[in-house]
Design a protein around this ligand. Structure first.
Ligand SMILES: Cc1cc2nc3c(=O)[nH]c(=O)nc-3n(C[C@H](O)[C@H](O)[C@H](O)COP(=O)(O)O)c2cc1C
Length: 439
């Protein structure tokens, strides 16, 4: 928690078949990433609970061995467009790739979402670790450094396009006949290494000025990008010490960029597994874990480590493996846990199948609240991205059990005080680049 934050920020990461790989098998779970009625119900419940935002991730390839929530999934921007019209307050965040997208389209999609939601849009900038070339008529998947080099330029172009108009350009004065003040409309004329884009975007500046920028890669280049442009950082850490280290490193990099640390919020993923007693919570966790199929779990671990691990001994720590080209920071976390903490491949499989490497907290509502507060007050997190193991009960039990304790302890809001996502998160509205001397 930075000195100036009074409340933790809470987002709901929605994967409707549940975040635990076996969550869909839990009694009462409504499974199916294509269950739109459930997605609406979860979004409305999150808004009723005054959470900051709902978030939908994205991946551009699939296979039958995927996590059940990821085998099929809706295109997130289309989904958020529809959720915008049934909600009033909650932030609407989605992933879009800088490797397989086009800046003009991304600027337009999130700009439109910000307009139609009256200032609630957020873009999770990812470089896409998984090779998706075959679905985009590309010969190869670009390497890690190149992906981040492209991402830096991509984000700058999108931000430039969002400033295609001055705030007060849209005159629409019936009396004078001035519909739009053409002097307040600006071409971008970007000529860079990877993109050549004229602009202007065919959208005026949106209610938030710019949609909120989220970033979700924690490798060296990922952190550099985050420090320069991200207003929220999604991350995955298992223990408070590693989380504190990441938090401190990132905030120092943010300040070195001349930015305020509280304008780059760190939100690790957390999977709460709840029970009325600690023993009941542990039973619930074990029930989920026992359904885990080891072959699928090995595939998920192999994807993160960038190589086939099915031949390794399940009951030994992992051998020394080189960092892969795709998910560097995730691979680093898993290898560290195995080498430093002695976790066997089987234990790593359980962790990854459980929460894909995010933190799992098993306990009573009070124990889960205590852990969250310890991270928030211990400068390990500014808030969390909630990843319930199954839906809807995994969310409902968090809202009815943990949230009242967080409120009682004064670390979470009782009601929304603002209207836009920037206001919920305490982020400033970005000045137009004209005022930064860039036009
Ligand atoms: C909470 C969270 C959500 C993420 N969502 C996505 C996503 O939807 N799509 C994606 O391709 N990557 C997503 N990522 C990011 C990838 O994990 C990231 O691209 C990968 O770690 C490679 O980047 P890195 O080497 O900088 O860590 C997410 C990460 C986190 C922590």
């Amino acid at each position: 928690m930075s000195q100036t934050l009074q409340h933790m920020r809470l987002g709901l990461f929605i994967q409707a078949a549940g975040h635990h790989a076996s969550g869909w098998r839990y009694p009462g779970a409504q499974s199916g990433s294509e269950n739109f009625a459930l997605i609406k119900q979860l979004t409305l419940a999150a808004e009723q609970a005054c959470l900051d935002m709902v978030f939908f991730g994205d991946k551009l390839v699939t296979s039958p061995q995927e996590h059940p929530s990821m085998i099929v999934r809706f295109e997130p921007l289309t989904l958020l467009g529809s959720l915008a019209s049934i909600t009033d307050k909650i932030g609407l965040a989605a992933t879009a790739s800088t490797t397989y997208g086009e800046p003009y389209s991304v600027a337009r999609q999130f700009g439109t979402l910000d307009h139609i939601s009256a200032g609630r849009a957020a873009w999770n900038v990812v470089t896409t670790g998984y090779d998706s070339a075959a679905n985009f008529s590309r010969a190869t998947h670009p390497n890690h450094d190149l992906r981040y080099e492209v991402a830096e330029e991509f984000v700058d172009v999108v931000r430039g396009l969002w400033d295609s108009f001055d705030d007060e350009a849209y005159v629409r004065d019936a009396e004078s006949g001035v519909y739009l003040d053409a002097d307040k409309m600006h071409r971008l004329d970007h000529r860079g290494k990877h993109f050549s884009i004229d602009g202007p975007l065919n959208l005026t500046r949106s209610p938030q000025g710019h949609p909120v920028l989220i970033q979700a890669g924690s490798s060296g280049p990922g952190m550099s990008l985050a420090a320069r442009i991200a207003e929220v950082v999604f991350t995955a850490q298992q223990d408070i010490e590693t989380a504190r280290q990441f938090y401190g490193d990132l905030k120092r990099q943010v300040m070195a960029q001349g930015r305020k640390p509280e304008h780059c919020l760190v939100m690790p993923g957390i999977m709460p597994i709840l029970g009325a007693s600690a023993a009941e919570a542990q039973d619930n966790f074990e029930r989920l874990q026992q359904w885990t199929n080891i072959d699928n779990a090995l595939t998920l671990v192999g994807e993160r480590l960038g190589q086939d691990v099915s031949g390794f001994d399940l009951d030994q720590p992992l051998p020394d493996l080189p960092l892969p080209e795709n998910m560097k920071s995730r691979a680093r976390l898993l290898l560290d846990m195995s080498h430093r903490d002695g976790l066997t491949l089987r234990q790593i499989c359980n962790l990854v199948a459980g929460a894909r490497g995010h933190k799992i907290v098993v306990g009573t509502p009070a124990q889960v609240a205590d852990e969250m507060i310890a991270w928030f007050e211990g400068e390990a997190a500014d808030g969390f991205n909630l990843m319930p193991p199954h839906f809807p009960e995994g969310l409902d039990s968090f809202i009815s059990g943990v949230l009242p304790i967080l409120r009682q302890r004064g670390v979470f809001r009782h009601e929304y005080s603002g209207a836009t996502l920037r206001e919920h998160l305490g982020l400033p509205r970005p000045a137009h680049r004209r005022w930064n001397g860039q036009i």
